[in-house]
Design a protein around this ligand. Structure first.
Ligand SMILES: NC(=O)c1ccc[n+]([C@@H]2O[C@H](COP(=O)([O-])OP(=O)(O)OC[C@H]3O[C@@H](n4cnc5c(N)ncnc54)[C@H](O)[C@@H]3O)[C@@H](O)[C@H]2O)c1
Length: 262
């Protein structure tokens, strides 16, 4: 069933074929979506992202450099993407985060310098505001925005540290944005997926990733870790009209781990 047929949008956050954004793009493609992509500025980054998009089986992709901390660059890239898509955008995937890994070690949260804390908040949470602001004028037919979060937003996951603080801000940002975006145009929706731990480039920088994976496999109701494609399938649901009544939510795709008390 092509749930995304005729829908066009931007996928931000592919670093390689292990990225959550890659799995989301793969599922979107399988459901007929047309996508535009961005890469962190730099030739090496572009080559890497191009190769990952190639692995999706998408030839001649629309790809532009984007540093999400540059609001003017976001405005420019979103305008170009909307023009390419015929004047409107149906969906945005925000699958980016960053924190200096020196402070993503167990017992190091208290050492987090102010600039590291603020940078994590800027890249990982504030950019959902700046992207939503840039996107809303192109989403007059309604639209759906998606961010990626993690359980460390609400409970202490040793090693996740400042990233947990940034994810708490991201989830709350999503709720506040939902209340304003829902009144724009035909009702823009915004949600986050709280994904289980997955071995991606960013996740490798988090101290204790192996412990997180072991904990989920041992304790989650499903008794295993999730696969990227499972987040991809939930993303399709959230970005399609099937979820038309859902906004401001954090949806868990974590093999049920978050419901366990012990
Ligand atoms: N892997 C996990 O265990 C896990 C679990 C839950 C949530 N998440 C979240 O999923 C999202 C994607 O991460 P991932 O695990 O796929 O890792 P990844 O390294 O594959 O992707 C992170 C992306 O963020 C991009 N990025 C960083 N700074 C940026 C900036 N200033 N401008 C534009 N892009 C920037 C990188 O280029 C990269 O493409 C993140 O929000 C992450 O926190 C990951």
């Amino acid at each position: 069933m092509a749930l995304m047929s005729g829908k066009k949008g931007l996928v931000i956050g592919i670093a390689n074929d292990r990225s959550y954004a890659w799995h989301i793009a793969n599922a979107l493609k399988n459901h007929g979506a047309e996508m535009m992509f961005t890469n962190l500025p730099g030739e090496k980054m572009e080559r890497r992202v191009r190769s990952a998009i190639d692995d999706l089986g998408i030839a001649n992709p629309w790809l532009r450099p984007l540093n999400a901390t540059d609001d003017a660059m976001i405005a420019r890239v979103f305008a170009e993407a909307a023009e390419h898509a015929g004047g409107k955008l149906d969906f945005i995937v925000h699958s980016i985060a960053f924190a200096d890994k020196t402070y993503l070690e167990m017992g190091k949260f208290i050492e987090t310098p102010k600039e590291v804390y603020l940078q994590a908040m800027e890249v990982s949470a504030y950019t959902l505001v700046s992207m939503s602001r840039a996107a809303r004028q192109y989403m007059n037919d309604g639209g759906s925005i998606l961010g990626m979060t993690y359980y460390g937003a609400e409970k202490v996951v040793p090693g996740y540290n400042v990233m947990g603080v940034a994810k708490a801000a991201l989830e709350c940002t999503c709720r506040y944005l939902s209340a304003e975006l829902g009144r724009t145009g035909n009702g823009i929706r915004i949600n986050t997926i709280s994904g289980g731990p997955l071995r991606t480039l960013s996740a490798m920088g988090v101290g204790g990733l192996s412990t997180m994976l072991d904990q989920v496999a041992t304790k989650a109701p499903l008794g295993r870790n999730i696969e990227g494609g499972e987040v991809g399938d939930t993303a399709v649901w959230l970005l399609s009209d099937l979820s038309s009544g859902v906004t401001g939510q954090t949806i868990y795709v974590d093999a049920g781990y978050c419901v366990m008390g012990m």
